[in-house]
Design a protein around this ligand. Structure first.
Ligand SMILES: Nc1ncnc2c1ncn2[C@@H]1O[C@H](COP(=O)(O)OP(=O)(O)O)[C@@H](O)[C@H]1O
Ligand SMILES: [Mg+2]
Length: 260
């Protein structure tokens, strides 16, 4: 079936079970191009598992996943990356032995279809591609405020910068859909606000569609016009920040967490 105009991601009735546990149960999400949607919920609600389904880390036991009308079910992670989906991880995963710049360059190289002879001869084609990679890496480092530490080992950076580097690297694969898994985790309120503004800015700059997981409700309220709330694998609410804030089921889910 051809994709409906403007729909980028379409998840229909997706479920996955780990043993007896329904980690995600009947999840539906349709995202338009350019949308920024928040996915929130208490710890263990199934948020990261949704990302693991979209990116092919796990296969759904039920349901269908489409990107621009193309089925994602059954595809390996690297194929899904090549189709235009990039993600960051809740627990930062950088190449610790590489510099900040090389972490970003590693992502850009998926676009360079160089043959072995291009690399051996280091001819014109090689030089052109290298030039493009350098330029693009420099631009991403600049945007994320990392140009001054480009030659430092990635893991020597303060935590907040490592989180920004993860996003810069994810953008290196030139995704149309960016999945951010608690990108503000561990940051102070000021850093969180700055990061949210940066996310909003890169969305416009790169024409991205973004699904943003966040544990803290107040963080997503500022930038997402649409928010989904997961609890025990089930979507218990969906709507604008105002609707979510007032929703009795959401209040109950978060109060339950605070009390436990
Ligand atoms: N690979 C796995 N094997 C078994 N259980 C898992 C696995 N991945 C996630 N879970 C369980 O699924 C539930 C949802 O986890 P997760 O998606 O990480 O939650 P969230 O990101 O919302 O905190 C949790 O109960 C978690 O323990
Ligand atoms: Mg998680």
């Amino acid at each position: 079936m051809p994709p409906e105009n403007g729909v980028l991601l379409d998840l229909n009735d997706c479920s996955i079970q780990f043993g007896g546990l329904k980690a995600v149960d009947g999840f539906d999400l349709r995202m338009s191009k350019g949308e920024l949607v928040g996915l929130i919920g208490p710890n263990g609600a199934g948020k990261t598992t949704v990302f693991n389904l979209i990116t092919g880390v796990y296969q759904p036991t039920r349901g269908e996943m489409l990107l621009k009308g193309r089925r994602l079910n059954g595809l390996k992670t690297h194929r899904i990356t090549a189709l235009g989906i990039a993600r960051t991880f809740q627990n930062i995963r950088l190449f610790s032995s590489l510099s900040v710049r090389d972490n970003v360059r590693s992502a850009l190289h998926i676009h360079c279809s160089l043959g072995i002879w291009d690399v051996v001869w280091r001819g014109k084609r090689f030089a052109e591609r290298e030039g493009w990679v350098q330029g693009r890496a420099g631009e991403l480092l600049e945007i994320f405020g990392l140009a001054g530490v480009a030659n430092e080992p990635a893991t020597s950076l303060p935590y907040g910068m490592q989180r920004r580097l993860e996003i810069a690297r994810a953008l290196g694969t030139e995704p149309s859909l960016l999945l951010l898994d608690e990108p503000a985790a561990g940051m102070n309120p000021h850093e969180k606000r700055e990061l949210m503004q940066l996310i909003e800015w890169v969305r416009e700059r790169f024409g991205l569609t973004i699904l943003l997981i966040e544990h803290d409700m107040s963080v997503v309220m500022g930038i997402c016009r649409r928010i989904l709330v997961l609890d025990y694998g089930v979507t218990i609410a969906e709507g604008s920040p105002e609707e979510i804030r007032r929703h009795p089921k959401v209040i109950e889910a978060y109060l339950g967490e605070a009390a436990s």
